[in-house]
Write a protein that binds this ligand. Structure first.
Ligand SMILES: Cc1ncc(C[n+]2csc(CCOP(=O)(O)OP(=O)(O)O)c2C)c(N)n1
Length: 359
């Protein structure tokens, strides 16, 4: 398989989703694995571990009453690292709510994301030099925004592509179809990155849509598609790179379906034991992204237990420091929900703000 074959169209839909390392850490396509360096492999691994530790810390913060709510990325680390590190500085990220790792890899400090979930509006204020929109809670609502940014870039001859991430459930929303239709018609540099994690809260993928895959939804709109194993970080990274290249060089939008599994609850207010069997989760745990890369880098001498112990210690310390910093700054000023929406409040917002302060 060549890198260009990752990208499929109506005539060449792959029989199996694209994979570089299988769940046991065996190499499926050596020539594709050779496209990433040994240093990159270790870097992918370190990022995934770091994200998992941060994710657990965020859940603990919520469980101890120090955070409002939190959507875990447990099990989706390969999607997050593969997409976040695949982006270039000139590109845009338009994230959904389950993107702690992607945003962090792309340059949004974890501190910001923790503040956001603590309810502090300043968490949405992105660093000036990071092209990232704030977290979008409305399912699918941010896809037309992503298309709009790419369209504006095209009209202004600006470089860069726009990667918009979302879940399988979002592909049933009207906004998904509107965004892909416009992107296909106008030919914008959009990468629509669907993390198909098997569920939209308690609705399993099997009853979400009658479509055989999410990827094939692209074809109706003249958008290209890639279906990739979302638990294989190398495959996700290469797929994202290929899609961004297509989008930028040929002004062709691409939909990526990264097939993964949400190992945790939907958010901290969910209890997934109520709607899925333990056996299923155990089987999916066997295919999770960190273990397979670890097997490969250990087998090839790039990693060992001493390095693992050091990494865990560094990550825990680093994440604890970030969490402490967020906790110190998280104090809420309720009027921020009015004042931080726009540069200047609209008359309606001003009215609500004034009424609120009178109470
Ligand atoms: C328009 C809209 N409808 C309903 C909700 C409530 N809601 C929040 S997340 C979610 C499920 C989203 O599933 P999916 O798109 O697959 O993403 P995932 O949560 O699995 O990452 C729903 C229905 C919402 N936020 N926005």
């Amino acid at each position: 398989m060549e890198i260009t074959e990752i990208l499929v169209d109506q005539n060449g839909f792959p029989a199996e989703m694209f994979q570089v390392l299988d769940p046991e850490g065996n190499v499926v396509h050596q020539n594709l694995l050779d496209l990433v360096s040994k240093e990159q492999l270790v870097d992918f691994y370190k990022w995934m571990v770091k994200i998992r530790i941060a994710d657990r810390r965020a859940i603990n913060l919520q469980r101890t009453g120090q955070m409002g709510t939190y959507p875990s990325v447990y099990g989706q680390e390969a999607c997050q690292v593969g997409s976040g590190l695949g982006l270039e500085k000139e590109d845009w990220l338009v994230p959904t709510f389950r993107e702690t790792g992607t945003m962090w890899c792309f340059g949004v400090p974890l501190y910001q994301t923790l503040l956001y979930w603590m309810g502090n509006e300043t968490g949405s204020k992105m660093p000036e030099d990071v092209n990232c929109l704030p977290i979008a809670i409305t399912v699918g609502g941010h896809l037309p925004h992503a298309m709009g940014i790419a369209w504006a870039n095209k009209r202004q001859n600006k470089p860069g592509a726009v990667l918009c991430s979302f879940g399988d459930g979002a592909t049933s929303e009207g906004d998904f179809h509107a965004a892909l239709n416009f992107a296909g018609q106008i030919q914008t540099a959009n990468v629509f990155f669907c993390q198909n994690n098997g569920f939209a809260i308690s609705t399993p993928r099997s009853i979400q849509t009658a479509a055989k895959s999410i990827a094939q939804k692209a074809f109706a709109y003249g958008v290209k598609a890639i279906q990739v194993d979302g638990n294989d970080v190398v495959a996700v990274y290469l797929a994202v790179k290929q899609a961004l290249k297509e989008a930028k060089e040929n002004l062709t939008p691409v939909l990526i379906e990264a097939v993964t599994y949400r190992l945790g609850d939907h958010t901290t207010v969910d209890n997934s034991k109520l709607y899925r069997a333990d056996d299923e989760v155990t089987e999916m745990q066997r295919r999770e992204p960190i273990a397979r890369l670890k097997k490969y880098i250990e087998a090839t001498g790039l990693w060992d237990e001493a390095k693992e112990a050091q990494l865990l210690e560094e990550c825990k310390k680093g994440v604890d420091e970030i969490a402490e910093k967020a906790l110190t700054h998280a104090k809420l000023d309720p009027k921020n929900m009015f004042t931080m929406m726009y540069a200047e409040m609209t008359p309606a917002l001003q009215k609500q703000h004034d009424e609120f302060l009178k109470q």
